[in-house]
Design a protein around this ligand. Structure first.
Ligand code: CAA
Length: 256
């Protein structure tokens, strides 16, 4: 089945979602976030789907972040609402799904794109994939759970380095840090995601659901998610924010 912003398909108990916004490196705008939500709800309710695989179209990007052009004139109030909505319908929604979602990272996973991959239960990356949370270079911070989930996955020290520098890391380093579960050559990415999916599908669905819930209970960061929303929104409308966003849109380096 084909749609404007996503493609879906069900094959051998796997529900496939491919983000279809290749020209904008699959950046997440509001319509795409809402469409992804509906796709996930449909798969959640479809008993023939046991595992979901989420990937991006093309071989350049999984998702290059939240759509920067969409929030360029936002103030703190709109920013807070944007992040709350995204978290509710997509990021936290995935993290708490009853069926595992595997991110097949087929290229750049930056900002909201890495946050999306981190919200998934498992991540497989192509060798050429690059990951990072570059928000501080735009005058903001991650707002879709990145400050919390990155620290949980790779430890506070590594998360500090990635978030404060905004630097990207390659797939092999991401594997060593525990940010992804596996790295494979690009042409084997989908096959690797399928193999991982079938290692889960052979197990009891009720146990899978309960295991996700129990593992999520180790998440003591609920206050952290609130703090992230506050600090994220607080960046909006500042001179740094205006310079960071203007620089991206004008394709130049920011001068903070
Ligand atoms: N938002 C909007 N548009 C984006 C985008 C984004 N996050 N990322 C890429 N694009 C667009 C570009 O503007 C460009 O559009 P045009 O062709 O219309 O000019 C198109 O996608 C192709 O991108 P580039 O020409 O920039 O491709 P490149 O190969 O030169 O660079 C890149 C690739 C390094 C990934 C670069 O696109 C980039 O730095 N993107 C932004 C990454 C980023 O900062 N992400 C974080 C966003 S903020 C966020 O996510 C906030 C949050 O947590 C809530």
């Amino acid at each position: 089945m084909e749609d404007k912003l996503t493609w879906i398909e069900i094959q051998d108990s796997i529900g496939w979602i491919k983000i279809n916004r290749e020209k904008k490196l699959n950046a997440l705008n509001r319509d795409l976030i809402n469409e992804l939500h509906h796709r996930l709800v449909d798969f959640q309710n479809d008993t023939s789907v046991k595992v979901i695989i989420l990937t991006g179209s093309g071989d350049k990007a999984f998702v290059a972040g939240a759509d920067i052009s969409e929030f360029s004139n936002y103030g703190p109030k709109e920013a807070s609402a944007l992040a709350r909505h995204g978290n509710q319908v997509l990021f936290d929604f995935i993290a708490h799904m009853e069926k595992p979602v595997i991110a097949a990272i087929n290229g750049y996973a930056l900002g909201g794109g890495l946050e999306l991959a981190m919200a998934c239960q498992l991540r497989v990356a192509a060798q050429h994939a690059k990951m990072g949370l570059p928000e501080v270079s735009l005058g903001v911070i991650p707002g879709y759970g990145g400050t919390q989930r990155l620290a949980a996955l790779i430890g506070k020290g590594n998360a500090m380095e990635m978030i404060l520098t905004g630097d990207m890391i390659g797939a092999e380093k991401a594997l060593r840090m525990g940010l992804v579960n596996a790295v494979v050559p690009s042409e084997q990415l989908l096959e690797a995601a399928i193999t991982l999916a079938h290692r889960i599908i052979k197990n009891a669905p009720h146990s899978i659901k309960n295991a996700i819930k129990a593992i999520n209970a180790t998440d003591v960061a609920s206050k952290g998610f609130e703090e992230e929303n506050f600090q994220f929104s607080d960046c909006f409308g500042t001179a740094d924010f205006e310079e960071g966003i203007a620089a991206f849109l004008e394709k130049r380096k920011p001068l903070f």
